[in-house]
Design a protein around this ligand. Structure first.
Ligand code: CA
Length: 443
């Protein structure tokens, strides 16, 4: 079994590709990354198929399969990755994913004898459009940032901001997969019920408190049989990889409807993910210890392991940016709302999987978990406007002259993530971009 913690030749920061764009400083997709997506040439009726990013290009796995250049597990992985969704590849598990990564790494290294064939399998990212990378059977969203949970709780229950279960249970809810879209998604401002302050009855209409949530998505690889929990020691072998995820939220709908059963129409109208899935193997250099404050209780045994303590967390830099309609028209650059790192998460991705299945719930290949909004320890590191504007009471300035408490029609929100440190290759996630469009009845 592949060890997701182990570093190998594919992580060598000195490795260079014959594809020059992969060697550029600051490139999200160097030869050490090799993330997966589903794509086709934009504006064509081509079949969607799997691809792997390198530099400013995509390795077309369907074209690569036809070249019949690989054998054994790499061939199996490439054949599965050539399909219009990646569920089959995800299900095959880490040994096959490692074989594909290793074969592609070797093929793109300077001096590879396969260069001319690989060159014929490339599509420029600038010419591509993307699809959701897998058929997402089920989508679950967690709440794994204690800083986010505390800041939101403070607005609702100043005396006891953190729910009493928070330090024990990785809290989550089942979301909706039908409205998950890939970067470039535009969606209408949702309507629903809201209760105005001081009112004794709700009204229905377009949300007035639209927000984004800065999250990571976790795609499940091989699933588990119903009734058979995944122990924490195996949890990461069931994870295919990570993407960016924006859990758009209508705060006024949420405040009114969530009691007592949690998010429903405030969340299920749209969720935007980035097209590229970064494998756990690519993230291996960026593992860090999972640490808790001394005052916090130790996780229960099913959420604890030496490996999780030593290296269960991931140091992934996250940021959210906004570009209003006026900024877009003027070609002004997006304004950075905040940045933080995933290492602050209160639960690791392994703990999320172990908890999700402790009751025997079966996860399936292509299922998607959201980590929950990622906010850092200081207010400036918050992952939502709800926090940045303190519940809508303190407008924040964006760009040259605009103010925001919540999103306005035409706002584009851009999520980005990357990993970097000395001695390792910088790898990036690309971006998840989505735009809020006017409500149907006011369009
Ligand atoms: Ca969320």
């Amino acid at each position: 079994m592949t060890d997701p913690l182990a570093l190998n030749e594919t992580h060598d920061a000195r490795a260079r590709s014959w594809l020059e764009s992969a060697n550029q400083l600051g490139c999200d997709f160097p030869i050490q990354n090799l993330p997966f997506a589903v794509f086709r040439r934009r504006g064509t009726a081509e079949e969607f198929r799997g691809g792997v990013a390198i530099g400013d290009q995509i390795i077309d796995l369907a074209a690569l399969e036809r070249s019949a250049m690989f054998d054994a597990e790499a061939a199996l992985g490439i054949r599965s990755g050539a399909l219009p969704s990646l569920n089959t590849l995800m299900q095959l598990g880490p040994n096959v994913h490692t074989a594909v990564r290793s074969a592609l790494f070797e093929s793109f290294l300077v001096g590879s004898r396969r260069q001319s064939i690989l060159q014929s399998c490339l599509v420029a990212q600038g010419d591509a459009e993307y699809s959701i990378p897998a058929q997402i059977g089920d989508y679950t969203d967690f709440y794994s940032s204690i800083y986010h949970a505390t800041a939101v709780g403070r607005m609702l229950r100043p005396e006891h901001p953190l729910p009493p279960n928070y330090e024990w249970v990785p809290i989550g809810y089942h979301g909706r997969s039908s409205s998950i879209g890939v970067t470039g998604q535009g969606f209408r401002r949702p309507s629903g019920q809201r209760l105005a302050a001081g009112a004794d009855r709700p009204v229905v209409g377009p949300s007035r408190r639209m927000d984004y949530e800065l999250e990571l998505g976790v795609f499940i690889g091989n699933g588990n049989a119903q009734g058979v929990p995944i122990p924490i020691g195996d949890a990461e072998a069931h994870i295919f990889g990570l993407c960016l995820l924006n859990d758009w939220s209508a705060r006024d709908l949420q405040a009114w409807e969530s009691q007592p059963l949690g998010p429903f129409l405030a969340k299920n109208f749209a969720t935007t993910i980035s097209p590229w899935i970064i494998t756990l193997e690519a993230l291996a250099p960026y593992r860090v210890p999972f640490v808790r404050p001394a005052s916090a209780p130790a996780p229960l045994p099913y959420l604890d392991s030496a490996t999780n303590r030593d290296a269960g967390a991931l140091d992934i830099q996250l940021e959210a940016l906004i570009q209003s309609a006026a900024m877009s028209e003027r070609n002004d650059p997006p304004h950075r709302l905040s940045s933080t790192t995933f290492r602050h998460a209160y639960w690791t991705i392994g703990q999320l999987v172990a908890h999700h299945t402790v009751n025997g719930c079966n996860l399936r290949a292509g299922d998607l978990l959201g980590t929950g909004t990622q906010s850092g320890p200081t207010p400036a590191e918050a992952g939502s406007l709800l926090e940045l504007s303190v519940g809508g009471t303190r407008p924040i300035r964006i760009g040259a002259s605009e103010l925001r408490t919540f999103l306005e029609d035409g706002d584009l929100v851009i999520l980005r993530a990357w990993c970097e440190k000395s001695g390792a290759a910088r790898i990036g996630f690309g971006s998840a971009q989505g735009r809020l469009l006017p409500a149907v009845d006011s369009a």
